[in-house]
Design a protein around this ligand. Structure first.
Ligand SMILES: O=C(O)CCC(=O)C(=O)O
Ligand SMILES: [Fe+2]
Length: 308
């Protein structure tokens, strides 16, 4: 059985040119479908969650063992490490549901994850390595995992190849959360799009610029498949045009250990919530942490479930 999943030279080249890679298979569809059934129940118990009062379910790999196993799975960590280097932290996991009839996700780009209302969440510190990043090597990566089938009809993730070298958006500009506008904005194609209550179009560097939809690559995936991308690579999704299929993505995000995560911050704001960071920590999924910038958990540690 294959034990190592590091990227081939051809795969790395493809990534540097395009900013994304995949899909790859993490597990078979049946296995993911039953795992997700269980995880959905586990998500309801937030006693040990890093943000127990939040509805967002960020970072539940910190308290749900099955999710922690996924972020430590070599099929993900080896591939991510082929781009980010040997020492890798998991810094965030988040859910991207798209229910029948939901709007598409606006095209967007990010890197330091200011995310509309605050400041940078990620601060890279290794100057030497940063020079390489300009040649297309990023210092953050996401593995977007299909927890349910992702099709063109239900709004699978889409990427715009090669856009990771050019900024079309200013991710550092702050804009307001307007949940009342969810499912309200119609774009040129006549379809609905937005960013779960934010309007990413307000961050366009040139307000008259329009993405060329004909160049989009649609990441159609079976449950249990995943793709890897740098958030600098423009990405989004179409609306869910189905009547009965929920698209469910779980975005797992990684950085090299030299990146400071939430540096000096006690909490952050997102989607109208304040999330205090007192229970938060990164997880070292591969290698060693020589920098000691962040609160770091060992790979397989999760908080024991509180008995009722
Ligand atoms: O799933 C989507 O529609 C968007 C996901 C996304 O933007 C991300 O994972 O960064
Ligand atoms: Fe994104």
């Amino acid at each position: 059985m294959r034990k190592d999943y590091y990227l081939s030279e051809a795969e790395k080249k493809f990534f540097y040119n395009n900013g994304y890679l995949g899909p790859f298979t993490l597990m078979e569809p049946d296995e993911m479908t039953s795992l997700f059934e269980e995880v959905r129940m586990d998500l309801l118990d937030t006693r040990n969650a890093p943000f127990p009062k939040s509805k967002l379910n960020y970072d539940r790999h910190l308290d749900i063992p099955a999710l922690n196993q996924i972020i430590n799975n070599p099929k993900i960590t080896h591939r991510v490490s082929s781009i980010l280097g040997p020492n890798v932290l998991s810094w965030r996991t988040e859910w991207f549901p798209k229910y029948p009839g939901d709007e598409g996700t606006d095209w967007h780009q990010a890197e330091s994850f200011v995310e509309f209302e605050g400041t940078e969440k990620l601060f890279p510190t290794a100057e030497e390595e940063l020079k390489e990043y300009d040649q297309g090597r990023p210092w953050e990566l996401t593995a977007w995992i299909a927890m349910a089938e992702a099709t063109k009809e239900n709004g699978c993730l889409k990427v715009m190849p090669g856009t990771h070298r050019t900024w079309f958006f200013d991710e550092k500009k702050n804009i307001k959360f307007e949940p009342e506008n969810f499912n309200k904005k119609t774009i040129d194609t006549g379809e609905k799009a937005g960013f779960y209550g934010y309007d990413y179009d307000k961050l366009k560097l040139d307000p008259t610029w329009k993405p060329d939809e004909s160049k989009a690559v649609h990441m159609v995936m079976k449950p249990g498949q995943f793709c890897i991308f740098t958030s600098r690579c423009m990405h989004g999704s179409n609306p869910n045009r189905t009547k009965d299929q929920t698209r469910m993505g779980w975005a797992t995000r990684f950085v090299p250990t030299h990146v400071k995560v939430y540096d000096g911050q006690k909490s952050f704001h997102h989607f109208g919530e304040e999330l205090p960071l007192d229970r938060y920590s990164t997880v070292l999924v591969l290698g060693e942490d020589h920098y000691h910038h962040n609160k770091v958990r060992p790979p397989m540690e999760v908080v024991a479930t509180t008995s009722a």
